[in-house]
Write a protein that binds this ligand. Structure first.
Ligand code: SF4
Ligand code: SF4
Ligand code: SF4
Length: 251
């Protein structure tokens, strides 16, 4: 029986999500027994155009990206956004609130006209995305779970609860008790509360929980006598596009 053909594509990104897959080491050999990888720029020289499953890393930030992602979507039966750049626009979207011409000039200087760009978007802003593997970088354990579900005909599931659930399960002291604003209450779990467990606040790299309870988030801020602006600043690291969408909805 032929194995499903899988392709990995990078768009605007640091390529950290792809690199972290190479760290799967022995697991990678098991994965290769189950699928044929036909396109993976960082690991193989083949550029196969025949694939069923496409993993996309990076955000859509140029007219060429738009053209390319449409082509991939036409070919792939299943498209999976890999990492926060692809899932929510991520770090790339920080520049969306800056003057785009200035951004281009800062990066390319006098050659700025050679590099047309658009605002950094999530892959799902441009084409239909079937599943996501959130995080910066994406979590290898979650990657294996999602791939294994797909290969066994199941629907891949990722946590729908907040980072606080995992943080409390680890019996961490809450950073709010020290006056530190943490995005844990509104961020999708699945990272085993990696940042608060190591003494740092959550930046929200896994995106927001579905059906976000904005009042609960406000209650937390009020309880600790912190301003909404303080948590809003945290949003701009990975979730700029969400803030912009929210502000637009109030216009
Ligand atoms: S999500 Fe993070 S690690 Fe992955 S490509 Fe984007 S910036 Fe790099
Ligand atoms: S430190 Fe952050 S993630 Fe942990 S319980 Fe407090 S708010 Fe939630
Ligand atoms: S704690 Fe927050 S910022 Fe850290 S890995 Fe988890 S979701 Fe990302």
């Amino acid at each position: 029986m032929s194995k499903p053909k899988v392709a990995f594509f990078d768009f605007t990104s640091c390529e950290g999500c792809q690199l972290s897959k190479l760290n799967l080491e022995n697991d990678l050999l098991d994965i290769l027994e189950l699928v044929d990888i036909v396109n993976f720029r960082e690991a193989i020289s083949d550029h196969g155009e025949d694939y069923e499953i496409a993993f996309i890393e990076g955000s859509i930030s140029t007219p060429h990206c738009v053209e390319r992602i449409h082509k991939i979507r036409r070919q792939a039966k299943i498209v999976i956004a890999l990492g926060s750049c692809a899932h929510i626009g991520g770090i790339n979207a920080i520049r969306n609130n800056m003057d785009q011409d200035e951004v281009r000039e800062t990066v390319y200087g006098n050659d700025k006209y050679l590099f047309p760009s658009i605002k950094a978007q999530a892959v799902s802003d441009v084409v239909k995305v079937d599943y996501v593997i959130p995080g910066c970088p994406m979590d290898n354990q979650e990657f294996k779970r999602v791939l294994s579900a797909l290969l066994t005909g199941k629907i891949p599931e990722i946590p729908e609860y907040s980072v606080c659930v995992e943080c409390k399960a680890k019996e961490n002291e809450c950073l709010y008790d020290y006056g530190i604003v943490c995005m844990g209450p509104i961020t999708r779990a699945g990272c085993r509360a990696a940042c608060p467990t190591n003494g740092h606040y959550c930046y929200g790299c896994r995106g927001l929980v579905p059906d976000l309870n904005k009042n609960a988030a406000k209650d937390v801020m009020e309880k600790y006598k912190l301003s909404i602006d303080q948590i809003k600043k945290r949003f701009y690291m990975f979730n700029t596009n969400y803030v912009n969408m929210e502000e637009k909805s109030y216009e």
